[in-house]
Design a protein around this ligand. Structure first.
Ligand SMILES: [Zn+2]
Length: 83
């Protein structure tokens, strides 16, 4: 895993949200994120919003879909460096 000065991450407790817009890596604890509907990117001059849950369908399905997208973004970035 890459390290950009982020303190040691516990794999199970943290989620890396990589912004597709500016590339900023937002490392956040997984637990608080679970109760959030959206998460704003911390990158400078960037207002990208990660949608953690679809507003229309407030069931577990929308959340699961968003979660999958987040992880696929993470894997895509990791794949770049691993090649
Ligand atoms: Zn961003």
């Amino acid at each position: 895993m890459r390290n950009y000065g982020i303190r040691q991450m516990r794999p199970a407790a943290r989620v890396l949200l990589i912004c597709p817009d500016c590339g900023h890596e937002n490392a956040e604890f997984a637990e608080p994120l679970r109760s959030m509907r959206a998460y704003a990117c911390n990158g400078e001059d960037c207002d990208y919003i990660f949608e953690l849950a679809a507003p229309r369908q407030q069931g577990g399905t929308g959340f699961a879909e968003a979660w999958k997208r987040l992880y696929s973004a993470v894997y895509a970035m990791c794949g770049h460096g691993a090649r």
